[in-house]
Design a protein around this ligand. Structure first.
Ligand SMILES: Cc1cc2nc3c(=O)[nH]c(=O)nc-3n(C[C@H](O)[C@H](O)[C@H](O)COP(=O)(O)O)c2cc1C
Length: 348
């Protein structure tokens, strides 16, 4: 029986999914025993999301949590993935059939409340077979997984990450978008967006980061090379000090492809959590190469270099997410992000 409590439990599991900058761009509608998952127009479509790439990935992860949660309770359901031109924000319909099936996915379901981003470093090494298992879980008919942990691949990946992350501090509207999500004063952790603890900004660096949130100051600091310092600190340094770097890409350059990427991202991340591994996602190289409109002409050469690096890693396509993975011995000190109140996600 689909009780009010079960409906709430399903949505509680769904919203624990990851989303770019903790934007939580989801809105739900119950129509009898069918759950509609939509992108929230008020929390999507920003400059990096004009083609809904980030919102589609986050919605795929949200959908996967719903699937895993229902499977763990032995509730049969059908999923229809939808976005089309008539209703571009409607992502999926999940129809609960009312039939009981053998419960499955118990391990992944138990990881949903434990999964979190970890931007700390260093990460220490883990058994190679765990990397292999994650690569296998992320290599599906709809997604491709590439190991960029070593040698030339790591060098090329670091170059793409460094250039893309530095660009986020060099372009006015991208810089504004980034800092709009940072909650400088929220000591308890913000209900949405990112606070300084979960961003893992060291206490000594927080005043500089605060100064950098002002565009004229950032533009001036960039004359001294500050965007490259931020780019190096947030990508190259943590990546060099971590054993594993994976690139997961959709096989199809379409909204369906991005939703599949989100589903596989969540499965891979929950599996890593079950293995005791910490994960940080990097989206900037994939986003910039899929959404050229974001980048002004003066940065065309850098965009070209990022695109070439991404194509070197995966000749089949430029999109995709990097996952930095390893063991954080002090992961219990890692700050968690929060979520908005459950009622806020229900279409009224
Ligand atoms: C599509 C997507 C893109 C993301 N991009 C980044 C990123 O570039 N850098 C980063 O540190 N985290 C990134 N994240 C992680 C989110 O910031 C994180 O999921 C969100 O803040 C919620 O926190 P949680 O993962 O701990 O639940 C991304 C997540 C998603 C789903």
């Amino acid at each position: 029986m689909l009780t009010q409590k079960l409906k709430s439990d399903i949505i509680s599991a769904a919203i624990l999914a990851p989303s770019a900058d903790n934007s939580q761009p989801w809105i739900f509608d119950w129509q009898d025993s069918t759950l509609l998952l939509r992108i929230d127009a008020t929390r999507s479509g920003s400059i990096s999301d004009t083609n809904y790439l980030l919102s589609d990935i986050a919605s795929g992860s949200c959908l996967e949590n719903i699937h895993i949660f229902l499977a763990s309770l032995g509730i049969e359901h059908n999923i229809e993935i939808l976005p089309n031109l008539d209703d571009p924000l409607l992502i999926a319909k999940v129809q609960l059939t009312g039939r009981s099936i053998l419960p499955a996915e118990a391990t992944l379901a138990s990881m949903i409340p434990l999964r979190q981003s970890n931007r700390r470093f260093p990460f220490t090494p883990h058994a190679k077979r765990l990397t292999q298992k994650l690569l296998e879980s992320a290599s599906t008919p709809l997604t491709e997984a590439i190991d960029c942990s070593n040698g030339m691949q790591k060098k090329v990946a670091c170059r793409a990450l460094f250039k893309a992350e530095s660009l986020r501090f060099q372009i006015k509207h991208v810089h504004e978008e980034l800092f709009k999500t940072v909650r400088f004063n929220d000591k308890e952790g913000a209900q949405e967006g990112m606070d300084l603890r979960s961003l893992n900004i060291e206490p000594f660096a927080r005043p500089i980061f605060k100064l950098a949130s002002n565009w004229p100051t950032m533009a001036w600091l960039n004359k001294l090379g500050m965007s490259y310092v931020f780019g190096y600190r947030s990508t190259v340094l943590p990546t060099k000090l971590s054993p594993t770097l994976l690139l997961i890409s959709p096989k199809e350059n379409s909204r369906q492809g991005a939703i599949s990427l989100g589903r596989i991202l969540e499965r891979c991340w929950l599996s890593a959590t079950a293995m005791g591994l910490s994960v940080q996602v990097y989206a900037a190289p994939g986003v910039f190469t899929r959404n050229h409109a974001t980048i002004p002409n003066e940065h065309a050469t850098t965009l070209q270099q990022i695109t070439e690096s991404m194509l070197t890693l995966n000749p089949a396509g430029t999109g995709g997410l990097f996952l930095r993975i390893g063991i954080d011995k002090h992961s219990s000190n890692n700050a968690r992000t929060r979520r908005r109140n459950l009622t806020d996600f229900i279409n009224k």
